[in-house]
Structures are given as structure tokens and as C-alpha cells.
Write a protein of this length. Sequence first.
Length: 417
Amino acid sequence: MSTSTTKGGFHYCWIILLSCCVIGFFTLATVANCMGTFMPTVVEELGTTATSFSLYYTFLNFTLMFGQPLAQVCMKKFDIRVCASAAVTFSAGAVALMSTYSSITGWYFSAILNGLGLSFTCYLLFPIVLGNWFKKNYGTVFGIASCMSGLGGTLWTANVGKWIGAYGYQKAYLICAAIAWLVAMPFCIFGLRTHPEEKGLRPYGADEVSLNTGAKVDLETKGFTMKEAMKTPFFWMMLISVLCIHFMGTFQNQITNFAASEGFPIEQASVVASCLLFGAVVGKIGLGWIHDHFGIRATWCAAIISILVGLMLFLFGGGTAMIVFIGGFIFGCGYALMGVGSPLLIRATLGTKDYAKIFSYVIALGTFVNAFAPLVYSGIYDKTGSYFGGLYICAGALIVSLIAANILISKTAKLWK
């Protein structure tokens, strides 16, 4: 096998990366990132409450929690093209069905259907497939693919608002579903492959790098199995570190209301959210680059320091718009760790031997945190009239994550040499 094709040295890994980018930009951005834009209109037209609408996310995250271990098994047993095509169809179908409901309970059914689709595409597809295809610059390419959903969300969210105003929310849902399905399906069917061997290739850079040392090594033979990992303290330190990051990440859903609670008009409050999302785009690429050049410890430390700086600007910015905008951006740069951090940490500390299975279970537990952590932030706000208590808890969780990750990295640094 070779690390390049016979056509001018072009490696098929770039088609894999392109396919992941398309799925992120056109599918994940529309079926996941844009859904909150519909909330005010749907609540008003159905005469329901924001809490009732928000239960959509609870159903979605519970489905993700149980669906991701099943998705991991399916990805191992079935062709990735079948899995990805089915996942995109489930998610696009769920969004299309939202155009037909006259009761909020219908959204809960769509949440389950969308959750089944996102169980494949939201957390598992990119790190598993790109990890198989890239042994060199994996962190960078994973960051590029991951940031596409944020870039797409920035674009599509603005347009969804216009479509709702011009055509109504029903047609806007149909447009989102069409974009999610029509653009991504050709890449699911013709672009994706699970392993380079399916194309008669070796992973890109396989002869140049190893997991920890840079020596030539077959990475697929290195690491713990799931059962072995769970018997070590390393697994539990990794889990604590990752779940603390998930707790932090759910504050993103509260950022607009936080800004409003600090006296910002809705126009400025939404800008804070946009700054955070833009920071996440920059952060996903930046953290991937840091990982490839300086390793997992530097990646984790840089991200958490960035988040803590953002929190400090939120807490002590005095309600000054520009300071909070900058805080949102800096927070977002570190917030990107929620998407790219756990795959990199698991690979670096527990190895790749049973990576897909370990990762799927960790992310399932992460989605469990995602389902309930927002209630902590909102509950503190409802009782005190301020998000500051929640932000202090968030800062504490970040410090726990930083300590656990650094101990873990130190203890496992020589395991895979």
C-alpha cells in the first residue's frame, strides 16, 4: 500500500476531509445549530411556552446518550456510507416533519428521530473516520472539519431568520431539511470510506508519526481495550476531565439570556452569542494546530485558560458591551474544546486500540450532562436573578478538568512509546 495514489500523488484522504466538511457545513449546521432560531416563532404561533419547546433538547440529548453506543456498533458492522446516509436522512426527515405539526408534542418525536441521526454524525463520524485516514496532522484536519458546523451555523442562522419572516416557519423547516439532505447525500454515498485500505492506501502520514513519540509504529495495535481501560484510574480521570468540559459547554445555550440579564438589549445580547460561536470556529482550528505542534497537554491548558479568561470578563466586565463581546469570543475559543478535546485526549492517553468504543461511551455520558447541566445554570438564575453563581461553578469544574487532565497525561505519557 501507499500513502498516495498514482494520480499525481493525490491522496484520497482529502476527499474524506471534504466529505466531512460538507456534512458539517450543510447538515449539522442546519439540523442542529439552527433549531433555536425557530423557538420564538413556534412558541408564539402554537401558544406554548419556552420551557415546553426546550424539552426538545432534553429528548434530543437523551436519544444521543443511548444512541451513540448503538451507532458505534453499527459503524463497526456496516458500511459507513450506509450509516451516514441513514443518519442524514433521519435528521433531515425530522426537521421536515416539524413543518407539519400543530402540537408541540410533535417536536419531541422529531427530537428522537433527529437524535438517532446525530448519534452518528454529531460526535462519532468525524473523529473515527478522520482518525483512520490521518496519522499526520490529525488534530488540524479534525479541527477544520469540526468548525464547519459552526461556520455553517453562522451563515444559515441568519438566513433562517429571513426565511421565517418571508415564508413562515413551516417552509423554513423544509428549506433546512432540503439543504441538509440534498447537498450531503452525494458525499455520504460516493465520498466516505471507513478505512484507507478500502482504497488500497495507508493512512496519510502513517510512516512519519506515532501517537506519542513520532516513531514509526502501527497505531492500531496500541492502547487499552474498553474493559482494560475501565479497570485503570486513567479512564476515570479522563472521564472526569471530559464531563467537566461538557458541563462548561452547556453554558453556550444560556449566553444570550446571560447578556440580557446584564442589561443588554436583545440586539447586543445576540451579538455576544455570535462572538462566542465565531470564537469556537477559530478555536477548533487553533486547538487542532496546537495539538499537532505541542501535544495534548498544551491543547487542554490553552483551552481552559481561554475559557477562564472569558469567564473573568463576564464576571468583572462591569456590563460593558465591548468587554463582554471580547469575553464571548475568548470563551468561544476555549469552548471549542468540547468538540475537539475528548477525541484528542482519549487517543493520546488511552490509545487507539478500542478508541471508537471508548469514545462512544464517553460521549454518551457527556450528552447526559448536556441534558441536565442547563438546569443548573437556569435554576441558579431563577432563584438569584443572576448567572454569576453558575459561572463560579463553571470555573470550578474547569479547574478540576485541568488538574485531572494534567495528572492523566503525566501518568500515561510513556505508555505507548
